[in-house]
Design a binder for this molecule. Structure first.
Ligand SMILES: Cc1ncc(COP(=O)(O)O)c(C=O)c1O
Length: 398
């Protein structure tokens, strides 16, 4: 690789580098020799280190070892995979579920398989990269509709009617904006056009809905023919992905989804950890309550400080900055005060919408949230150009 390409990224403030953390992904971590406050993890319910979850993983390692040894269809389909799939189907209140090694692979496996029968994809402009990549692997054309614009989608679906059904692809909770897909409207538009909606609920599972079942529960759409996928890597604290839907869909995926068939199965300890995480989600609703109370505290605080948080409704709270260089500067200023919240820049978000993406977890304390707010205020007080940017933000709610 040409050094020139790296230099070009650096000149545009788009160079990324990996930082090393020497501790579990809690509210405080040890980053390159320093104790710092972490505001960027998707470990929303703080389950990555929950004793029931870690103990389940350890005892599964003792019984099954560290790896599945093969693809599920060869010899890697182990008891914890089956049990987890039954638990996920019950949790999502659908007939069946299928576990993949990662959420990314669940997207690839699901979309490429559904594409066999689909004429065209319609995807929200801010869909997760895994969904877009999956659509790009298929022959069917990909049409992008404006972010959350269900009216535009309805028009596109009506105009583009074909004998074979269309597939509508959306995140439930958008991973960089923290806002919600208008699922009831998407469901209605799809029904009118005999299309199918696929919801990537990576950030909704465990977080959204009265009992944490996700954005489909949040919108009261359980029982509707939406196909859901999600991850075990965020609120559930581990690793892995899943698809939840009808028994026939799951049986077909087992036969056709290349991202399921041609890869080694999820390590059984991760399946056992996810089962324990689902137990904790059901047994400890106070975790979710704590998460939402902390989220409210932080969101109110940053809005009062003048930040534009787009239409965030979830524990993902973007601080919209605009250009990549300014977002990077704010992220570095936060780090100099012992707070890690990386700048999210293109290509992860559209050009001109670089931001700090804050994420809250049930493992944070109110004092840590207040500390972050104080630090943000201190940085704003000493940075004229940041203050100038905030003046253009929409006014805070009264
Ligand atoms: C919306 C969304 N979908 C899918 C994924 C992929 O999940 P995983 O990290 O389990 O591969 C992620 C996260 O990385 C995500 O944010």
């Amino acid at each position: 690789m040409d050094r020139f390409r790296l230099d070009a990224l650096a000149r545009r403030s788009l160079l990324r580098r990996l930082r090393t953390i020497d501790s579990a992904p809690g509210a405080e971590v040890e980053l390159e020799g320093r104790r710092i406050l972490l505001f960027s993890s998707n470990n929303y319910l703080d389950l990555a280190t929950h004793p029931r979850v870690t103990e389940a993983a350890i005892s599964a390692i003792r019984r099954y070892g560290v790896g599945a040894g093969a693809s599920r269809l060869v010899s890697g389909s182990l008891r914890p995979h089956r049990e987890l799939e039954e638990r996920l189907a019950a949790f999502k209140r659908v007939e069946a579920a299928l576990v993949f090694p990662t959420g990314y692979q669940a997207s690839l496996g699901l979309i490429t398989t559904l594409a066999e029968d689909c004429s065209v994809f319609y995807a929200d402009r801010l869909c997760h990269a895994s969904l877009i990549d999956a659509c790009r692997l298929c022959d069917a054309p990909l049409r992008v509709y404006r972010h959350r614009d269900h009216a535009q989608l309805t028009r596109l679906l009506q105009r583009g009617r074909t004998p074979r059904p269309a597939l509508v692809v959306t995140d439930g909770v958008f991973s960089m904006d923290g806002d919600l897909a208008p699922l009831p409207e998407l469901d209605k538009a799809a029904e009118q056009a005999s299309a199918t909606v696929v919801v990537d609920d990576a950030h909704g599972t465990g977080v959204m809905g009265a009992t944490g079942r996700g954005t489909v529960e949040h919108f009261g759409l359980e029982g509707r023919p939406l196909v859901q996928m999600g991850t075990l890597s965020k609120a559930l604290g581990g690793l892995g992905g899943f698809v939840a839907g009808s028994r026939d869909l799951i049986a077909y995926l087992v036969n056709r989804a290349r991202a399921f068939i041609y890869t080694t199965a999820l390590p059984p300890a991760q399946a056992a950890a996810a089962i324990a995480a689902l137990d904790v989600i059901e047994d400890e609703p106070e975790r979710r309550e704590r998460l939402w109370a902390l989220r409210r505290r932080l969101h109110d605080g940053v809005r009062q400080a003048g930040f534009d948080t787009l239409d965030s409704r979830t524990p993902i709270i973007p601080l919209l900055i605009g250009d990549a260089e300014a977002a990077l500067r704010l992220s570095e200023a936060l780090l100099s005060h012992g707070i890690y919240a990386p700048a999210i820049r293109p290509p992860t978000v559209p050009a001109g919408t670089s931001r700090i993406r804050l994420s809250v977890t049930a493992g944070h304390t109110p004092a840590q949230i207040d500390h972050l707010l104080e630090v943000l205020q201190k940085i704003c007080a000493s940075d004229d150009s940041l203050r100038e940017r905030l003046r253009g933000a929409p006014p805070p709610p009264s």
